[in-house]
Design a binder for this molecule. Structure first.
Ligand SMILES: Cc1cc2nc3c(=O)[nH]c(=O)nc-3n(C[C@H](O)[C@H](O)[C@H](O)COP(=O)(O)OP(=O)(O)OC[C@H]3O[C@@H](n4cnc5c(N)ncnc54)[C@H](O)[C@@H]3O)c2cc1C
Length: 251
């Protein structure tokens, strides 16, 4: 078990493919999450949707490694992560509560070549995220905007309450070729047209691209969320080969 104190004092070690990232800034995203911008010399950029391994090393040599999706994309040594805190977790409380500008952590990557979107793709894209599962989808949204792609993009974003949305102001800024639908599971704003509740098949019928359009579909979030949504999509006629999923863990 790595304590917060131990990890704060831990000197990073450059081993093999590991890069040392320096925290440039952090920002509160939700009451339990924040985004972290790192300067990672030698990183060289990433494709939208990829993730990195983050390694913390305690003074006694104990190491903890966790995967985190990259919210940024493109050829840059700047990497943005966004981490939700699991109160009993080993790594996420440190990243959310303790990491400060100037601190160093180790990163390996970018990793993953399946759950990615490239600007050369022209088909409609349906993104479906739950909670912190927005992170790799955000990289796709940003890559889409930066490239000037005209591929139609839709996002269905499920969060517990309005306060639990990551990147809210950016997602609420109108962007060409991106439609965003919000789904609240516990508490919706007053007058919201949809009752609070988990994403159901009817939500997908109402706001996702139809299977007949052969969209590329990316689903990301906690394991249970991803499995439920993927099952609904297949039941609605989506080709399982075109439904790509990324599970962040948990029940
Ligand atoms: C490819 C990939 C990308 C990921 N990207 C992100 C990201 O961008 N942002 C982010 O916040 N997390 C992300 N995760 C999850 C992350 O890797 C850690 O699992 C999470 O931060 C918890 O780590 P921890 O050390 O704090 O908790 P741990 O000490 O590993 O676990 C604490 C407890 O929480 C449970 N748990 C772990 N993860 C979850 C979960 N997602 N949902 C419910 N229970 C869980 C464990 O089963 C355990 O019981 C990603 C995971 C994967 C595989």
């Amino acid at each position: 078990m790595v304590t917060e104190r131990e990890t704060r004092d831990a000197p990073p070690h450059r081993i093999g493919l590991w890069h040392v990232g320096v925290v440039v800034s952090t920002a509160v995203e939700t009451p339990t999450a924040r985004s972290i911008v790192l300067d990672v010399p030698g990183w060289g950029g990433n494709i939208a949707g990829q993730h990195a391994d983050v390694r913390l090393t305690a003074p006694n040599g104990y190491q903890a490694v966790r995967s985190y999706s990259i919210a940024s994309a493109g050829p840059s040594d700047r990497v943005q992560l966004a981490v939700d805190r699991f109160p009993t977790g080993e790594v996420s409380p440190y990243l959310v509560d303790d990491l400060l500008p100037g601190d160093e952590i180790e990163l390996r990557g970018p990793l993953g070549g399946w759950f990615v979107w490239k600007p050369t793709q022209t088909e409609p894209v349906q993104l479906i995220g739950g909670g912190s599962g927005i992170v790799p989808l955000m990289a796709m949204i940003r890559s889409h905007a930066a490239s000037g792609s005209t591929a139609p993009f839709r996002l269905l974003y499920s969060v517990r309450t309005p306060d639990d949305a990551f990147f809210r102001s950016e997602l609420e800024t109108p962007t060409a070729h991106l439609e965003v639908t919000w789904a609240y599971t516990r508490h919706a704003p007053d007058g919201w047209p949809r009752q609070a509740g988990r994403i159901a098949r009817a939500d997908l019928s109402a706001s996702a691209f139809a299977a007949s359009l052969s969209p590329a579909v990316f689903v990301c979030g906690p394991t249970g969320f991803v499995e439920t949504v993927a099952n609904h999509l297949v039941a609605l006629g989506h080709d399982p080969e075109r439904v790509k999923t990324e599970r962040f863990g948990g029940a």
